[in-house]
Design a protein around this ligand. Structure first.
Ligand code: ADP
Ligand code: SF4
Length: 689
């Protein structure tokens, strides 16, 4: 290979008995496919291998029915019956010259065993780590011996399934092995508790036994959280975290190191904007072991990757989210096409899908999770069927994605945007506190669109029906977005709030625009219960406004539990001095007072309000679409037009939803119903044997 600034990233690395062809390492990550959707899983992992990742790992893989994570859909290697499904992945990954890794996991008190109904086990008797009134059984010596046997069997089965790298896993605040390591949990007085030597004993045994069982042909990796980011209340990388590494230094063939828990490991860009944010915690590991070290931290920049290798911080560039946002990241770097990398925006929509137990999705990469059931690939799309032209109206995430994909298919596309900038809602949202990385959604697409010679872009062009008729393009995609309503209609009420005329009522966009001139107290009313109201309140509080956050929910931004951000959001508001009032709806307004109603008792309380920001629901902008359809219905002859609403104009939702709907529209354009149906619903049917 010709030497380039990034050549070091493509050097092979020996990991125990196996060798990875390069330093790109897709660390284990959840995907909502696991044991329930093995074909989807294999195809998704295979695509990473095709995209150039040297190692491709599974998600956490339950080793036994006492580690049953239902209703979450993770991987399973309970016994030999799981081997065929897992082999689908290893074979598919090997086809592209990558190594396949499996993260063996026992989730201790984090696995509620709701499917298997077995007792939950843990080093101590404690409440399980889910809101469920159930406690663990304290493991006795026999349980520990059994657990070691299950782990060994799982390793043997993993080898039989064709895996090259087999993990022992103590991380994320949700593994049995980590529970044994942590003094704040493990208060045992036997040889598995007390001193650090005793608490490390089980991990050491697992590592040695796994090596003994499969180490002749498989590498044994240890995934270990060196710091819990709890200060002196938890494990710290310069104290016990370091001590554990020192005690086990040469035993594993590979150290995969990160911080714990999951909300710390997968921090969003809103709260941790820095790429490589975990490096300060994990870089010490290389000074202690001669074995290769992999680390993560939303690494997307090839220059940073090279510098991490050169300065000896890591041997392998670990990635979960960057590999989801762009499975072809390694190949793009290799081909010198770094400008084409679709960078992860750190929004954790991928994480949310796992938390909802559905197949993975990604804001930046609408093809993620669709490799098998829809046959999608982020870098290739079927060519156009005819020489038809297309008009896309609106350049938000949906319009941009639809334009880009139609153009990739070879269609000539005209993109019209009313504003003087492209980007739609992304322009607004990425200007809010903490969300600047979200701009990558529009930046990456606009960049590609500008490279193409089959796209005409018209900015400052608010199209009307007569403009569209003048253009004479018969295929029209309306990505005209949606508008926040101001009448208070939302989840909690379907009728407008009375008396709002006496107040200054604002949409989120108006509130931010007018922020310097707003008088307090400013009430942000969140009956959407997603992420936006929390961001608006946080943003407004910076201008030293008196901000009051009111929601019928019992916490701020409840949906963001799924993106692992809820606690950080509520903390941010409280620290900024925002007055948070939960469990209240706005019943009506009277003069400068809001009547708040308790969602439980109906009791009314009064609150002074000067400006009211409504974040309740959006109205899809369909006027133009309705006019087009009406015109079409009244036209007797002529060629039938393709008129399609996409994105928020069709169904207001997340940016990820808008991108997806734009992508789906471009993929489905000029496909017959039969083809669309086939592509839409390849499903994995249970075997009835
Ligand atoms: P989505 O999330 O579905 O992509 P957005 O709200 O982000 O939707 O973007 C909608 C975009 O459509 C906005 O930039 C808006 O200016 C543009 N738009 C709406 N109506 C028209 C129109 N009639 N002509 C041109 N652009 C329009
Ligand atoms: Fe990154 Fe968001 Fe995609 Fe996850 S969903 S990989 S955080 S862009």
């Amino acid at each position: 290979m010709k030497k380039t600034p990034y050549s070091r990233l493509f050097e092979p690395v020996k990991i125990g008995p196996v060798v990875t062809k390069n330093r790109f390492y897709q660390v284990p990550h959840c995907c909502g496919m696991g044991h329930q959707r093995p074909q989807a899983h294999a195809a998704m992992r295979a695509l990473k291998a095709k995209g150039g990742w040297g190692v491709v790992s599974t998600e956490e893989s339950e080793i036994h029915p006492t580690s049953d994570l239902s209703p979450y859909v993770e991987q399973r290697i309970w016994d030999k019956r799981d081997i065929p499904a897992l082999s689908l992945m290893t074979e598919a990954v090997h086809e592209h010259g990558a190594l396949a890794a499996i993260e063996l996991a026992h989730n201790g008190n984090h696995a509620a065993n709701l499917y298997s109904r077995l007792p939950v086990i843990s080093p101590v008797s404690q409440s399980i780590d889910l809101v469920y009134p159930k406690q663990t059984r304290r493991m006795n010596k026999k349980d520990i011996a059994e657990f070691r046997r299950w782990h060994r069997n799982a390793a043997l089965n993993a080898k039989a399934a064709g895996f090259d790298i087999i993990y022992v896993y103590a991380g994320h605040g949700m593994t049995l092995t980590q529970e044994f390591l942590l003094p704040e949990i493990n208060d045992r007085t036997d040889e598995y508790g007390g001193s650090i030597e005793n608490r490390v004993r089980l991990t050491r045994e697992l590592l040695e036994e796994t090596k003994d069982a499969v180490g002749d042909t498989c590498a044994v990796a240890f995934r270990f959280a060196v710091d819990e980011l709890k200060g002196s209340d938890g494990m710290q990388f310069f104290e016990e975290g370091r001590a554990v590494v020192e005690m086990l230094a040469e035993i594993p063939d590979l150290w995969d190191v990160n911080v714990s828990d999951w909300a710390n490991d997968s921090q969003t860009s809103r709260f941790e904007p820095n790429e490589g944010y975990q490096i300060p915690y994990v870089e010490f590991v290389k000074s202690i072991t001669t074995k290769p070290v992999v680390g993560v931290g939303r690494l997307t920049s090839p220059d940073l990757m090279v510098s991490l290798i050169e300065r000896g911080a890591l041997d392998l560039i670990g990635a979960a989210r960057p590999s989801i946002a762009d499975p072809y990241l390694p190949n793009k770097i290799k081909a010198g096409k770094t400008d084409q990398i679709k960078e992860c925006i750190g929004c954790n929509i991928c994480v949310s899908s796992d938390n909802f137990a559905v197949p993975i999705r990604c804001t930046q990469n609408p093809t993620m999770g669709e490799e098998w059931r829809r046959g999608w690939d982020p870098e290739s799309i079927k060519p156009k069927k005819t020489d038809q032209k297309a008009l896309v109206i609106g350049s938000g995430p949906s319009g941009l994605e639809c334009t880009m994909q139609l153009a990739r298919r070879g269609y000539h596309v005209t993109l019209a945007e009313a504003d003087n900038k492209l980007g739609g809602r992304v322009l607004f949202e990425s200007g809010l506190k903490g969300l600047s990385a979200w701009k990558r959604v529009s930046d990456n697409r606009i960049y590609e669109i500008q490279q193409k010679n089959n796209i005409e872009i018209y900015k400052e062009s608010e199209l009307t029906l007569s403009h569209i008729n003048e253009l004479g393009i018969n295929n029209i995609f309306l990505a005209t977005g949606s508008s926040w309503r101001k009448d208070g209609v939302g989840r909690s009420r379907r009728k407008p709030v009375q008396g709002l005329d006496s107040l200054q009522v604002l949409t989120p966009e108006e509130a931010i625009k007018q922020s310097p001139n707003l008088s307090g107290p400013i009430v942000v009313y969140d009956d959407e219960q997603g992420y936006l109201a929390g961001v608006i309140a946080d943003h407004l509080s910076v201008d030293e406004h008196e901000v009051i956050f009111i929601t019928p929910a019992s916490v701020v931004s409840p949906w963001t539990e799924s993106t692992l951000e809820q606690k950080r959001i509520q903390k941010a508001l409280l620290v900024s001095g925002v007055n948070v009032i939960c469990n209240k709806t706005i019943d009506k307004a009277e003069g400068s007072n809001l009547n708040l109603k308790c969602v439980f008792t109906g009791e009314i309380s009064l609150l002074k309000c000067s400006s009211l920001v409504m974040v309740t629901e959006r109205i899809p902008n369909t006027t133009l679409y309705d006019q087009l359809v009406e015109q079409e219905n009244n036209t007797e002859q002529g060629e039938a037009k393709h008129i399609q609403l996409i994105g928020d104009a069709e169904s207001p939702g997340l940016i990820a939803d808008a991108v997806f709907l734009g992508h789906l529209a471009a993929q489905s354009f000029e496909e017959s119903e039969q083809e669309i149906q086939k592509a839409m619903f390849m499903r994995e049917m249970p075997s009835l044997k």
